[in-house]
Design a protein around this ligand. Structure first.
Ligand code: PMP
Ligand code: GLN
Length: 387
């Protein structure tokens, strides 16, 4: 085999792909990888189709179609009161994944320290390491996912370049409180550091809580890069359209990474997303309410089967403790067993930690049609002898 880069070669295939392949192979209900089973709004897809057939399909501006950058700026103003200059402070990317890579490659100098809070979305650590960053990990753990403030403060140093903050957080379904955000903001000011805020689940915050971007806190406007994803906000994960908002001084180096990474994103998809971001408030509130109902449906069903369900404040996911079911093994064994034997795929939460003792929690994805959630629940109930 060719000698690949030693950092990337050290990683296996991502757990999301592994579990989805296993789900297909064993004909399991896939409650593993996070993707909705119904496509997003018809008018958004129609706008993308119209643009594809009637308008231009050549390279758009590297920063993104003006109408999408304007829509991102207006969305920032409508939901968070942020004043954003669409020409200087918004960039469109091919998904939040590219946005994250652009921010990290654009900002990190070899040797810079990067603070991250486990559980970690899969791309963070490999990209930080590939960019030459030195990871400083802090962890929150189920069932309370409480932020260990002393550990977080200790992870910062004069060498800290930035923190990656994911709120709402995958898979913890934790929404950072304004107080926790305030604590992080103080650290950024104290150490003159930046934040890359992965806010792809910004419209999946439940029970009347508000999503508060770190960027809205005093002193943070110039220090934060805020990332959104149309995949999540419009249930179109295959489109891979993301957007970054940030002050010009941060955006300039980030745009350098983007120009050498992808340079642009398909124009018709950008036009569809621009249309989506301009939809009425009722679309966004309806989307949140619909997902909260799915969360409740799956959580109630899992609880009836005997899982300990960890409260979910946001995202697509519920974390469960499977020990009450009497399963003898770790979370990787558990997810494999239920995929093969019960016919339901889930994701082991240990995959989001470097190492340690979080080994008895499984993540289930609830952004599925009710009949699919019910079929998954029926299969699990049968397997665990609860029906
Ligand atoms: N960040 C988090 C926390 C995610 O869960 C995902 C999920 N897909 C992404 C980033 C990537 O988003 P995209 O599909 O837009 O690249
Ligand atoms: N965000 C999704 C999840 O957590 C998966 C994204 C991916 O497969 N890369 O399941």
């Amino acid at each position: 085999m060719a000698q690949g880069n030693s950092i990337l070669s050290g990683y296996g295939t991502t757990v999301f792909e592994v579990m989805s392949r296993m789900a297909v192979e064993y004909n399991a209900v896939n409650l593993g990888q996070g993707f909705p089973d119904q496509d997003g709004p018809l008018d958004v897809r129609q706008e993308a189709a119209r643009y594809l057939l009637e308008e231009v399909n050549q390279y758009p501006s590297m920063m993104g179609l003006p109408e999408l950058r304007q829509a991102v700026a207006a969305h920032n103003k409508r939901f968070y009161g942020l004043e954003v200059d669409w020409q200087k402070e918004v960039m469109v990317t091919s998904g939040a994944t590219e946005a994250l890579a652009d921010c990290l490659f654009g900002l990190i100098e070899p040797g810079d320290e990067v603070v991250m809070i486990e559980p970690l979305y899969d791309s963070y650590l490999p990209i930080v390491r590939r960019a030459g960053g030195v990871p400083k990990l802090v962890r929150v753990t189920p069932p309370h996912w409480e932020l260990p403030r002393d550990d977080l403060a200790a992870a910062f140093s004069p060498r800290t370049k930035l923190i990656i903050l994911n709120s709402p957080m995958n898979p913890a379904a934790k929404v950072f409180t304004p107080d926790e955000l305030g604590f992080i903001a103080e650290l950024l000011l104290k150490y003159d550091a930046y934040a890359v805020c992965d806010e792809v689940y910004e419209h999946l915050v439940f029970d009347g809580r508000a999503h508060v971007p770190l960027m809205t806190l005093p002193g943070m406007r110039e220090r934060v890069l805020r990332i959104g994803s149309a995949g999540k906000t419009f249930s179109l994960t295959g489109w891979k359209v993301g957007y970054i908002t940030g002050a010009p001084a941060l955006m300039t180096p980030v745009a350098k990474a983007h120009q050498f990474m992808t340079f642009t994103t398909p124009p018709n998809l950008q036009a569809g997303v621009a249309h989506g971001l301009r939809k009425d408030d009722s679309y966004f509130s309806g989307f949140t309410a619909d997902m909260a109902a799915k969360r409740d449906h799956l959580s109630d069903g899992l609880r009836r089967i005997g899982f300990e369900v960890v409260p979910c404040q946001g995202t697509y996911f519920v974390t469960t403790d499977f020990r009450p079911l009497g399963f003898n093994g770790n979370d990787v064994d558990f997810c494999r067993t239920i995929t093969l034997e019960a016919g339901v795929a889930a994701v082991p939460v240990s995959a989001f930690y470097q190492d340690g003792d979080v080994t008895h929690f499984a993540r289930f994805c609830f952004c599925k049609r009710e009949e699919i959630l019910d079929e998954g629940l029926r299969r699990l109930a049968r397997y665990f002898g609860r029906s």
